[in-house]
Design a protein around this ligand. Structure first.
Ligand code: NI
Length: 129
């Protein structure tokens, strides 16, 4: 039986950066939360959009369009953004943030195509709380 989930308690239960935790599933989608700081890695999800909601702090997402033009969206607490499938993106947070993501179960955090994965990035389909 499903139980209520406190996002505050869930966020307090881990410290790892760029290492999402799965808080619940909705049909064949996972709701994941992560703590982030600094820069992630450029990557692309070929087959799925990726939903971001900022729970705390500020998140920037660098995006590359099909013409290789770059832009950065800045998201404050409470802002949400969907990265369309096939669009290269790199989340960043100089000051740190807590974020919620919604994406199909099994989606790899570094996508289907990515730059070299730095040591601080956990390439995962999400960890259980
Ligand atoms: Ni992504």
């Amino acid at each position: 039986m499903s139980e209520p989930i406190s996002l505050t308690a869930a966020l307090a239960s881990f410290d790892a950066l760029w290492s999402p935790r799965i808080v619940t599933s909705v049909n064949d989608y996972d709701v994941r939360i992560a703590k982030v700081r600094g820069e992630y890695v450029w990557h692309t999800h070929d087959d799925t959009d990726e939903f971001f909601l900022v729970l705390d702090g500020e998140l920037q997402i660098a995006l590359r369009d099909s013409a290789d033009e770059e832009r950065v969206v800045a998201l404050a607490r409470g802002d949400l953004f969907t990265v369309p499938r096939g669009v290269a993106h790199k989340p960043m947070s100089p000051g740190g943030a807590a974020i919620l993501m919604f994406e199909p179960t099994g989606t790899l955090t570094v996508g289907d195509r990515h730059d070299d994965v730095p040591d601080h990035v956990d390439a995962t389909t999400g960890h259980r709380l």
